[in-house]
Ligand binder design. Structure first.
Ligand code: C5P
Length: 233
């Protein structure tokens, strides 16, 4: 199974994102989120593709099944490599969308968001009204099961949750894990952080890394160091 480092292009303009990519003279995997996509539109995807990079388009789609399926078909025109949905949108939304996505691009990786890491257990019970007897871990696993039933390729989760998800849902169900830090760096606003070496040992398929690379004075060197640690080379 392909393992890789995905660099989070958390920039607010095309100019900044492309200037950052000038540091890389090899093809890499990048994540484009709402901030950059909503500002620059499909054009930014075309520009990044032109440079040969792979793209995880992180828009976290969530609406009625028909709308999300139609949005998925539109996004497939962009020829991205990975897209994602809120599993809370339900099985019909997920299965119709992933089916359409895979019909239009058989190599697309479709991922589900379980619980956002910004959601506390208290919020989960008080605001989202998830039963009091379910903790975050149980809920993440239950959501991941819905994702698998709906034929998603995998989930976005914490590397700490990977062993449980893999043992319950199988090795081939992909796990894409943010919250990665080198021990020597500060943790910014990430709370449950994992090093690239630990992410490898826990079984993550892809790690998503933002600031340890984007804020580095030598982004390419930081990327290579993190990739080497993650792939165990
Ligand atoms: O800078 P940092 O490495 O923390 O960036 C991580 C990236 O992964 C950001 O784009 C962030 O939005 C995203 N992310 C996350 N935690 C999640 C889901 C996505 O940090 N649970």
């Amino acid at each position: 199974m392909a393992k890789d480092v995905i660099v989070a292009l958390d920039f607010d303009s095309k100019e900044k994102a492309l200037a950052f990519l000038d540091n890389f003279n090899e093809e890499i995997y990048v994540k484009v989120g709402m901030e950059l996509f909503y500002k620059e539109g499909p054009e930014i995807i075309k520009e990044i593709k032109k440079r040969g990079h792979k793209i995880f388009l992180d828009l976290k789609l969530h609406d009625i099944p028909n709308t999300v399926e139609s949005a998925t078909k539109s996004l497939m025109n962009l020829d991205v490599d990975m897209i994602n949905y809120h599993i809370a949108g339900g099985e019909e939304m997920l299965s119709r969308s992933t089916k359409s996505a895979k019909e239009l691009n058989k190599n697309i990786i479709t991922l589900g968001i379980t619980m956002l890491t910004s959601t506390s257990e208290e919020m989960m019970h008080e605001d989202i009204l998830i039963k009091d007897n379910l903790n975050i871990e149980d809920t993440v696993l239950s959501y991941a099961k819905t994702g698998k039933k709906s034929n998603l390729s995998g989930v976005v989760c914490s590397a700490l949750e990977v062993p449980k998800i893999k043992s319950e849902l199988g090795e081939e169900f992909l796990t894409v894990t943010p919250g990665i830090r080198l021990q020597s760096l500060n943790n910014d606003d990430q709370k449950r952080v994992v090093t690239p070496i630990d992410a490898r040992k826990l079984g993550s398929d892809y790690i998503v890394v933002g600031r340890p690379i984007t804020k580095s004075e030598t982004p390419f060197e930081s990327y290579c160091e993190i990739k080497k640690m993650f792939l165990g080379e």
